[in-house]
Design a protein around this ligand. Sequence first.
Ligand code: SP5
Ligand code: ZN
Length: 360
Amino acid sequence: MNQYQVPVVWSPTTREHDPLHEVWVGVATIGTEVAARVDAILSAVTGSGFRQVEATPHADDVLARVHDPALLTFLSGAAERWRQGPYADLVGQTRVVSYLFPTPAMTAGLPTRPAVAIHAEAGTYAYDTMTVVGPGTWAAARAAVDCALTAADLVLAEERLAYALCRPPGHHATPAGFGGSCYLNNAAVAAQALRDGGHDRVAVIDIDAHQGNGTAAIFYDRADVLYGSVHVDPGAGWFPHVVGYADETGTGDGAGATRNAPLPEGAADGPWLEAVGGLADWAVAEGCTALVVSLGVDAAVDDPESPLLVTVDGYRAAGALLGATGLPAVAVQEGGYHLPSLGGLVAAYLEGHSGLVPRA
Ligand code: SP5
Ligand code: ZN
């Protein structure tokens, strides 16, 4: 019997981003978005149902259509500027972390200039203290974009499902900002590539535990890329805190093309799958011809970063629901931080989506 093999697109360069720590509530905590995630996933998506594909380098053109050039310039040069500064001597710190954020609370309507010092300029682009920039961050984030673009190429060449093992993740990266462990928005790049490749309407369905505020922002005023997300309720105190409410549905041309399905803590499989199914039906009803799945597995029971309590069978069933749309799909890795279970959750989702195992 012919069995479908899901291409697993990855790049060894994605291991070069090594945050060491995340500054959270003023303390340098042990990093959660670590390089070992790549290998935890790779070692699980093996066997006859998968085939590994190494990402190929792609030009910046699609990336530049979803991000402000100032963000790309800043991120690509930040680690080297930090290295050339006094920071190693002053604080023994090799990662870029801003101490200042020039939000409207500071600028208050005054005319402003770019900060000259990188320890202040970083706050123009960074919106949290957790998402640090180190020597390998740009190379890894850019390699993750190549993973997404290579997976999109495969789907444009008639593959029905391609998985991009992107790391660092991307869905919290906004047009001109980084945060939430994300630097470049891999899923948005994949969606834009599918649009450019001839799909008139593309849906991004985000099943990471957190609302993908970056992807939402990139497409909020566009009708050609739908954004739908199921996530833990920001109103219950969860990241991204200030957006991701159900009444945020798009603006201008994009009115009605955004859907947010916030869930209470402890929701578990039933309500979560109902929301995933609702988003899948919506993408089909709206006439989308291709899908990008922001595949975060941090909604799972053992994950330290969310309280949603979804099981591995839940992830398999979510895959089946999105696979049942019949739409060609790029699945892009987002969050998921429990190293022992991470790979199994990704494999279960992909098995469900590709129909490698019968649906429950
Ligand atoms: C891609 C993704 O899943 N990003 C997660 C963004 C949410 N991060 C919020 C972190 C809250 C602090 N958790 C404690 C971490 C201690 N190291
Ligand atoms: Zn997440």
